[in-house]
Design a protein around this ligand. Structure first.
Ligand code: SF4
Length: 363
């Protein structure tokens, strides 16, 4: 089915060479934005389409900086989380064929990109005509000049031993793993239809840490979901203490019309949600601060991005764990991976000192 669509698209582009954009029903709601993007950036849209990559598979590739691009590789979701509107708005999962992801990533590297973030609503359930996500990562690691590959967002069910082994084997893959928890109460996980128990989630993270000891783990949490009791909330607090995440996005639940959970009553009072949110937030802030301080004195590989920070001569750098560091460096070092010693912390940004000549991928 996918190939027929591709063939049809190719024919249309041949027949109408002036065509800049082809939009499937999946993207109808995005039409005004896509037209704006074509207006602002005709060349890029046209080129991506002619290379055979369809906006039906993906939103636009975004360049965060000269060296950093976001590359959507799949869209939609086959999971059924009751609070989430994605399966309704985006439909079922569609993955860009692996050869197209590889070609697009190579093209970005040719244009000077050194770091690519792979995007998908459920990125680790990627299935590009038989190529699963771990294999795709290994393929992309082969691209010469590509220095770092990261990805988001992952679902615990698709966080497999295969994926962990690929991360362990390939130092180009980011040492930050974002794995949404949402709640540590099995009762809540069941109401959310997250398809796993907390113990399974925790075992996976333990295995990942065993294989990749320098991995940084971050998460998402929803507090005050329908029916959440003090006991459910306390289980999530306990999980934060046990797992010790490096970062967490914590949200207060609110009904999203059109989701299955909209039929459940939003029965946790607003002040209770606010209090639980504050407790989770304060605990996580303390843990993240302690985790960060444990990095003091360590020498890490970091990518030198661009000038930034308050002091003259500072460059913004990013460690393999995606931690931001400010260090004195010559602007000519931008686009390189260097070794940096982490020495201080201000809010969530490290201060560091460059300790060696460039390593790894360079400009
Ligand atoms: S929360 Fe994520 S995994 Fe669950 S339905 Fe939404 S997109 Fe899919």
């Amino acid at each position: 089915m996918g190939c027929m669509v591709e063939e049809h698209r190719e024919k249309l582009f041949k027949r109408f060479p002036q065509l800049d954009l082809m939009v499937g029903t999946r993207n109808l709601r995005d039409l005004p934005r896509l037209i704006d993007e074509v207006r602002q950036n005709r060349t890029q849209v046209s080129k991506i389409q002619r290379d055979g990559i369809s906006i039906e598979y993906t939103d636009m590739i975004k360049r965060k900086t000269r060296d950093h691009a976001w590359l959507p590789i799949m869209t939609g979701c086959d999971k059924v989380c009751t609070y989430c509107i994605v399966p309704t708005t985006r439909g079922s999962e569609v993955s860009m064929p692996a050869r197209d992801v590889y070609r697009e990533a190579s093209r970005l590297v040719d244009e000077g990109v050194r770091r690519i973030m792979l995007l998908g609503q459920n990125v680790n359930s990627y299935n590009g005509i038989g190529t699963r996500f771990p294999q795709l990562l290994e393929m992309l690691c082969e691209i010469e000049g590509l220095g770092r590959i990261s990805f988001t967002t992952s679902h615990p069910q698709d966080a497999t031993e295969d994926l962990f082994q690929v991360i362990k084997r390939n130092s180009k893959i980011s040492r930050r793993f974002h794995l949404p928890l949402q709640s540590a109460s099995d009762r809540m996980l069941k109401r959310m239809k997250r398809l796993h128990r907390f113990s399974e989630y925790q075992e996976k993270l333990e295995r990942l840490r065993q294989l990749v000891p320098d991995i940084s783990i971050t998460t998402d949490i929803i507090t005050g979901f329908s029916g959440e009791t003090d006991d459910d909330h306390n289980q999530t607090m306990k999980a934060l203490r046990a797992i010790r995440y490096d970062g967490a996005y914590i949200f207060k639940y609110s009904i999203r019309p059109g989701t299955p959970a909209a039929k459940l009553s939003d029965n946790v009072p607003e002040e209770v949600k606010a209090e639980r949110h504050a407790q989770l937030f304060e605990l996580q802030k303390k843990i993240a601060g302690e985790n960060s301080k444990a990095w003091f004195g360590r020498v890490v590989d970091a990518f030198v991005e661009q000038p930034g920070g308050r002091e003259p001569g500072q460059m913004i750098c990013w460690t393999n764990q995606e931690k931001k560091v400010l260090a004195q460096a010559d602007p000519s070092m931008a686009g390189r991976f260097l070794k940096i010693r982490l020495e201080s912390l201000r809010h969530e940004t490290f201060g560091g000192v460059i300790v060696n000549a460039p390593v790894g991928a360079t400009s």
